[in-house]
Design a protein around this ligand. Sequence first.
Ligand code: ZN
Length: 186
Amino acid sequence: MEDKIILKKDAPVKFETRKLTGWFSENHFYGINKEKDEDNARYCECTHYECDKCGSVYKKNSYCKRCSEAKREEVFYSLEEVKYNGGPFFIYQSDKIFNSEEEYYDYIEYDSIKDFDKLVLAEEGDYLEKGAINDFLENYFSDLNIDDFEGLGPKQETQKMIQSLEDAIRKEIGTVYYPTKLRFKL
Ligand SMILES: [Zn+2]
C-alpha cells in the first residue's frame, strides 16, 4: 500500500481558539500537573537558580560556584597530609607540574596562584607501559585467529625488535606524572 500523500498546502489545519487549563510560560502550554508542568514552565521563564544548599544565585544553565569551590576544598583537605621530601608535584586540580621547590618558587614569583599552598605530590610513570606493543600485537593476532595457522606469528627475532622499539619510544616520549592522593604545603 502506498503512503498517503498530504502536501503542505492541503494539510488539514485550522485556526481556532481553545480554552486550556494548566501551566503556561510566555509562549507555551505545559499541562496541568502541579509538579512537572509548573516546574517546566518556571524553568522556561527563569534565568537564574537559587542554590538549594547555600542560597547563592547562579545562571540556570550553570552551577553554584560557591558550593563547587567548597567541595574542592573539602576534597583537598580529605587528602592525607605529608611532609614534602622532594620529587615532582602538582598544584591541586591543575596540570601544572613542578619538578622542584625552586621551580615552584620561580613560578609563583611572577604568577599569582590562588591555591599556591595547595600542592599534591606526583608519581612518576611511563607514557608507554612495558609490554604495551607486545600486548597489543598479541591481542591483534588472537583476534585474527592466527594461532590456527601453523608457523605464523612473530618469531623470537621479531619479539626482540618489538622490545627495542618499545624502549626507543619510551626514551623519546619520556615520563608522565600522576597526581597522588597525598598533599603537602611548602
Ligand atoms: Zn551553593
